[in-house]
Each structure stands twice: as C-alpha cells, then as structure tokens.
Ligand binder design. Structure first.
Ligand code: NI
Length: 319
C-alpha cells in the first residue's frame, strides 16, 4: 500500500513541479538538473514562410535569468530562421526516464562581432572545447515550459521512473558508466551517472587479479568520485619518479613491496599494509618477489609521473 502511495506521490510531484513551472515561468531545479545532464537537445524553428526545422544541438546550458544558451557551431539553418522568426521550442528529453521538457520562447542571435559575445559564449566554449569554434550564441528567453512525458506515465502510473530507466537501459543495450567500469565492456552514454537504483554488485579482488598477468600495467577496477582504484602486478624494479599533484596509495595484497624513497629509508610493505606516497616525493617501487597491489590515486595520475619511460601507461584497461 505504502509502495503504491510512494509511486503515486512520485508521479504527482513530477506533475506539480511542471505545473509550477508552467504558471510561474521559472525553471525548477529538476529542469536545471535535466539540462545539466543532457547531451543533446532539439531546437525547433520556423522559416519566413513557416516551414519547420528541427535541429539537434549538443552544446547548451542555462544562463542567467532563465535563458537557455545554445552554441551555433554549424547551424546556419537555425540562425537564418531565428533571424526572420524568433519563436522557438527546445525539447530536452531524458531518454531513459522517458520524460523531459519543452522550453518555449523567443530567441535572438549574438554574433562573435558583438561586444557582449565574449562574456556570453564562455560557458558554451568551456563545454565545446578548443576544436569547435562558436560563431554565434543563440539565446532563448524561456517564456513557457511544458512537460514531455511518455504515455506510460499516464497508462502505467504505478511504474516508478527508476523502473522505466532500468527497462530503457535494456532496450538501448547500455548501462550506467559506473556499472561498465565495474563490469564487461558495455557501451555507455556520457553524462549518465550512476543512479540510486543501479543494481550494485560486489567484486572479488582475488578473481580480478587472476584475470591478468602483465606487470607494471595497472588496471582500473573502480572509480570513487574522482579517484581510481587500480590493480597492478609488480615484479622487479620500476623507475624513479614523482607526481607533481597526486598522492598515491600502495596497498599490498600479495608479495612484498619495497618502496625506495629519496632521502628517506626504504619502506617495506607487506600484505595487508599500505603506504601513501605524497605528491612531489621521489619514489621507486621494487618488487623482489611478485606483488599484487591496489593503487588508489586521482584519475589523472600517470604511473611514471613526470618521467617518460617505456613503462609509462597512459590509457589503462578496465577490468
Ligand atoms: Ni608513483
């Protein structure tokens, strides 16, 4: 009974949020989150003789005063249409939850020759990166917001959004990135973060170590916020190096690791023991016997730090 009530509440809360948006013309946090995590929106415009055009846009964000900013990277049709008819509708849909919003309003074009362009384009330029120059910024002054919901929300109100998401993962043959890191190489979509409803699976260190034999080639077995958990097998001497910005944790599971440190005595790390090497400290791991080690370090850490060596590994396998 409570479960049914919760489901009803979830659906009603969703409708209430959008009703508030529709009448108050303000963008809710729910819609902001949707815009932030979406990788694609659809911009509908009409030309001077009212012929419609719908164009996908990848670089967009919400700006101040509830305005949607869209980068014109290669959108001559949209720009021409807006110049003659300012009315637009932008659809943003979470394909996994099968719901989203239509942002309806009037658009204007700010070209790179206008004085305000430099400031307005900044958040879009950050998203686009250096290889995609932005010619114009399309600013949508959002005047109305309408919900987009799949018919299943009406005909199967008892099904939670989380259940819809799970069944959509199956339909599209994808899974959240967190699961893909932890499991087999399934295709993933960007910006689809782990959801609270992700089915959590435990993992076994011994099984994962038995899955590879190469040494000094760390594998990523998990991600915790901005930190990678890596498994590595060591044998013999590594190279002297340091990491300018990253602390590095060595947790020995098997074997015996000697950490040589500049101007400090060596540290012997036995199974069940760990050592954290702070950023900037010169170190060289030496494994006189084969070692199995868990590394915990920021995602950008390169195994040989600032040293370029034949042991350097830039792109790491996931297991
Ligand atoms: Ni290191």
């Amino acid at each position: 009974m409570k479960r049914q009530f919760d489901r009803k509440l979830d659906f009603l809360t969703f409708r209430y949020t959008f009703l508030c948006e529709t009448f108050m013309n303000t963008i809710s946090q729910q819609t902001r989150n949707l815009v932030d995590r979406s990788v694609l929106c659809w911009l509908a415009t009409v030309d001077h003789v009212n012929h419609p055009n719908v164009s996908p846009k990848e670089i967009f964000c919400l700006g101040p005063k509830d305005r949607l900013l869209i980068a014109d990277i290669a959108s001559p049709g949209s720009v021409t249409n807006i110049t003659s008819n300012a009315h637009v509708c932008v659809s943003i849909v979470d394909v996994f939850e099968q719901r989203g919003v239509k942002l309806i309003g009037e658009a204007k074009i700010i070209s790179d020759e206008q004085s305000e362009f430099a400031e307005i384009v900044q958040p879009l330029a950050d998203l686009a990166g250096p290889h995609f120059p932005i010619s114009n910024v399309i600013i949508v002054d959002v005047q109305r917001i309408k919900p987009i919901i799949a018919p299943s929300y009406v005909f199967r109100p008892e099904e939670r959004a989380s259940e819809k998401r799970r069944s959509a993962y199956k339909t599209y043959g994808v899974r959240p990135r967190s699961e893909a890191v932890a499991g087999a190489g399934c295709p993933t979509l960007p910006n689809q973060q782990a959801q609270a409803t992700t089915v959590l699976e435990k993992r076994n260190i011994e099984t994962m170590f038995s899955a590879f034999t190469d040494t000094w080639a760390p594998k990523i077995c998990g991600k915790v916020n901005g930190t990678h958990i890596k498994l590595a097998k060591f044998e013999g001497e590594f190279v002297w190096h340091s990491h300018a910005n990253e602390d590095e944790m060595f947790f020995v599971i098997k074997g015996r690791l000697r950490m040589e440190l500049k101007e400090q005595p060596d540290v012997i790390i036995n199974p069940g023991e760990f050592l954290i090497v702070p950023k900037g400290v010169q170190h060289r791991p030496v494994a006189e016997v084969p070692c199995e080690v868990i590394l915990v370090e920021p995602m950008q850490t390169i195994n040989t730090g600032e040293v370029d060596s034949d042991r350097t590994r830039i792109s790491l396998e996931m297991i």
